[in-house]
Write a new protein. Structure first.
Length: 226
């Protein structure tokens, strides 16, 4: 059983924290200028990933730093595609310059969650990613319609589950508006990660870098999955 362990990176101005996170993951989703990130943070995070042999992914989101990309913005599909493409291309310039390669794309925050329930947004994300590289892999919520939308467009996909988030009965993520949306107990998160792995529905499991105790959570998940 091969399970990828990923983390959203390049979002915090804390190099030591990100280096600690990087020790336990196999894929890094790097913010590329929409909800967070600039050239300096991208360079720092890419270098860490290359040093650790961690797969590099682009993490585009709504262009909304004020709300960290976690609030839906009504945008035409073409504008979403343009934004996704521009953000990936910006990170790609940095990654190539440092001798690496982007291997996957994972939408961030509200863009991700809206794409779960709105096929036109899911298609726009795929169009933007495909304009950059139609052979890239898209990370999306395991068991959700967004994956089927992408498959029908001919895109490679990886179903994603979350170790540090609670779910609703319909399989969607519990809104961060609720105080119990996050799982911060490393043992509980590791048990959830292991359950997802055993169910075989997800190919990659995420822990958010800004979740309280994320380093210990990742460590526990890595140990459980190993």
């Amino acid at each position: 059983m091969n399970i990828d362990l990923n983390c959203d990176m390049g979002e915090l101005d804390d190099a030591a924290h990100e280096a600690a996170l990087m020790a336990y993951i196999t894929s890094a989703n790097i913010a590329c200028g929409g909800h967070a990130g600039d050239t300096g943070s991208m360079e720092r995070t890419v270098r860490l990933a290359l040093q650790r042999g961690v797969h590099i992914g682009a993490h585009p989101g709504y262009p909304d730093r004020e709300n960290f990309g976690r609030v839906e913005i009504v945008m035409p599909a073409e504008a979403i595609a343009d934004e996704v493409h521009a953000q990936i291309a910006r990170l790609d310039d940095v990654v190539r310059r440092l001798g690496g390669a982007i291997v996957h794309v994972k939408p961030h925050g509200a863009l991700y969650n809206v794409a779960v329930r709105k096929a036109d947004v899911a298609r726009a994300i795929a169009h933007g990613a495909a304009r950059w590289n139609r052979h890239t892999t898209l990370f999306g919520l395991a068991g959700s319609p967004m994956l089927e939308v992408w498959r029908t467009m001919g895109m490679a996909v990886a179903g994603e589950a979350f170790a540090d988030r609670r779910y609703e009965p319909d399989g969607t993520l519990r809104s961060r508006r609720f105080p119990d949306a996050l799982i911060t107990d490393p043992r509980e998160a590791a048990a959830q990660a292991l359950r997802f792995a055993r169910e075989g529905l997800a190919q990659t499991i995420c822990v958010h870098g800004d979740t309280p105790g994320s380093v210990e959570i990742l460590k526990a998940c890595r140990e459980a999955l190993t």
